[in-house]
Design a protein around this ligand. Structure first.
Ligand SMILES: Nc1ncnc2c1ncn2[C@@H]1O[C@H](COP(=O)(O)OP(=O)(O)OP(=O)(O)O)[C@@H](O)[C@H]1O
Ligand SMILES: [Mg+2]
Length: 266
């Protein structure tokens, strides 16, 4: 990926942004998923939000992407309200969905070109050059005429990352970038996100269960539990914490004589 900075010269010329989350609450009816969450993502860093299944990670990411609205509290980018930022298109948010969320009826090339065409950012020749370069960078050469259904899960995730990057976003948001991948492919996705962050300094927010991902590329890490975030960790303090919920999340004990799910049945 020698020419990353060249391809993303626009991104490199912009200052990285911060994300502020202030007393955020989200409820569906009477069910409170996120309760009074405040955190700050520093410009150019990778923030990883961890939490068990169903704890509200995807709900949080949808709020950050501006796809849904908080019940109360405030989300802002560089201290400007997210809804205002969305309306004025001041900053670009690149959301990389868990499944890739590619359009099944379009080739990979058309999936990747879509945003650039819709926003009339470049002529067709430049679009072709950019899409080809990014496919080369992500070791996805020769797939541009294939359909999403013809790709493996790992390839789809890389295409989704390529699509996010081609938007030259101010913020990159990832939902479970390593789930459903074999350990080698998961590691290469972790490396790629870390590499892109180092090269381009795009403020990155990842929701994930993946402890290895959090510890290797996360600058700050938070754990969501029952709608709350107790503490913000660094990779070092995460390991040192004696907080029982965190310890159990990082290192669950396996007891074949008393499976956890039995407690729901009895
Ligand atoms: N639109 C909705 N209406 C009602 N409840 C919802 C809605 N969206 C999410 N929820 C509920 O919010 C909770 C959190 O869901 P979410 O998808 O954010 O979990 P998650 O942490 O991403 O889980 P996973 O790790 O399995 O992806 C769940 O109990 C879910 O049922
Ligand atoms: Mg989820």
């Amino acid at each position: 990926m020698a020419n990353t900075k060249q391809l993303f010269s626009d991104t490199c010329n912009r200052l990285p942004v911060s994300i502020e989350v202030d007393q955020l609450k989200k409820q569906f009816g009477r069910f409170v998923v996120l309760d009074n969450i405040s955190l700050k993502v520093e410009p150019g860093e990778i923030f990883v939000l961890m939490g068990p299944s169903g704890s509200g990670k995807s709900v949080f990411l949808d709020l950050l992407a501006g796809l849904s609205k908080p019940s109360s509290g405030r989300l802002s980018i560089n201290q400007e309200d997210l809804q205002y930022v969305k309306k004025t298109k001041k900053y670009v948010m690149g959301l990389v969905f868990q499944s890739g969320a590619l359009f099944n009826s379009m080739t990979i090339f058309d999936n990747l070109a879509l945003y650039l065409r819709e926003h009339r950012l470049f002529d067709e020749q430049e679009i072709k050059s950019r899409v080809t370069q990014i496919l080369d960078m992500l070791a996805l050469r020769n797939i541009s005429e294939m359909m999403p259904s013809e790709l493996s899960g790992g390839m789809r995730k890389r295409v989704a990352l390529a699509r996010g990057l081609l938007m030259e976003p101010d913020v990159l948001l990832f939902d479970e970038p390593t789930s459903e991948l074999d350990p080698v492919m998961a590691t290469s996705i972790i490396e790629l996100i870390g590499y892109v962050n180092k090269q381009l300094r795009i403020t990155t927010f990842i929701v994930s269960h993946d402890v290895v991902l959090a510890q290797t590329i996360g600058h700050h890490i938070a754990l969501l539990n029952n709608g709350f975030i107790r503490e913000i960790y660094t990779p070092q303090t995460l390991l040192q914490s004696s907080q029982p919920f965190l310890r159990n999340f990082l290192n669950p004990t396996i007891n074949l004589n008393r499976p956890r799910f039995l407690s729901f049945l009895s």
